[in-house]
Ligand binder design. Structure first.
Ligand SMILES: C[S@@+](CC[C@H](N)C(=O)[O-])C[C@H]1O[C@@H](n2cnc3c(N)ncnc32)[C@H](O)[C@@H]1O
Length: 216
């Protein structure tokens, strides 16, 4: 029997390709396709920093930081300190590369690990973008996040779409990486049960686009 792999293993191999999504690094055809089918990635990036205003002087925790686009942006907007967690070593190498030669590298703590197995002290703001897609035990994950959040947590949940979700599930099955999808009532229940009192759920318009959720 084939066992399903850990997301960190998949993202370790996929790190460089993933990073090209940001900063117009792809060719024009791919950029066109990304704008059409992956626009939620760019919308959630902009909305995250709108929700986390003011960020200057705050401590920020980026869980599933990937190649570090949010880490760099948080620093550019004045965050005092950023902790970046990811199980994929190659993702953390890309974060290091992004920060190299900047004053930010001294104020960034990088942790290789998987939440909730890895536990860190509470931070003012917590960012979790594009991660719930890969979390098998969402209740345990969200309970751990509640403990790590002092003020605000922004988190994305992939929505369920009758066609796109099935195609994505099949694609990721072939990559040995299971994916999970959510509906608004389930998200609300999960966040309430994790202990969050303020729950603001915004659905990014369009089929199969993410929920962008702000928790306090
Ligand atoms: C789709 S990427 C998103 C990266 C980044 N947040 C962004 O939006 O550009 C998902 C990342 O989550 C990481 N990840 C998956 N499961 C995780 C877990 N349980 N704890 C921490 N990180 C996890 C993966 O290794 C991967 O780098």
């Amino acid at each position: 029997m084939q066992t399903m792999g850990r997301p960190g293993d998949f993202f370790h191999k996929f790190a460089s390709a993933f990073d090209t999504l940001y900063d117009n690094q792809r060719n024009s055809l791919m950029r066109c396709l990304d704008q059409k089918f992956r626009s939620d990635i760019f919308i959630r990036f902009t909305r995250t920093f709108e929700m986390l205003e003011p960020i200057a002087g705050k401590t920020v925790l980026d869980i599933g930081c990937g190649s570090g686009p949010y880490v760099l942006k948080a620093f550019k907007r004045g965050a005092a300190q950023v902790t970046a967690i990811d199980p994929a070593a190659n993702m953390l190498n890309l974060v290091k590369k992004k920060l190299a030669g900047t004053p930010y590298s001294q104020r960034c703590i990088m942790v290789q690990g998987t939440v909730p197995q890895v536990n860190v002290e509470p931070h003012d703001y917590v960012i979790i973008m594009g991660v719930l897609d890969y979390i098998a035990d969402a209740p345990a994950f969200l309970r751990a996040i509640r403990q790590m959040t002092k003020e605000i947590c922004v988190i994305s949940f992939p929505s369920r779409h009758w066609l796109r979700s099935r195609l994505r599930k099949a694609r990721y099955f072939l990559r040995n990486c299971p994916v999970y999808f959510y509906e608004e009532p389930i998200i609300r229940k999960l966040c309430e049960e994790a202990g969050f009192a303020k729950i603001n759920i915004y659905k990014i318009p369009g089929a199969g686009m993410d929920y962008h959720v702000t928790l306090g």
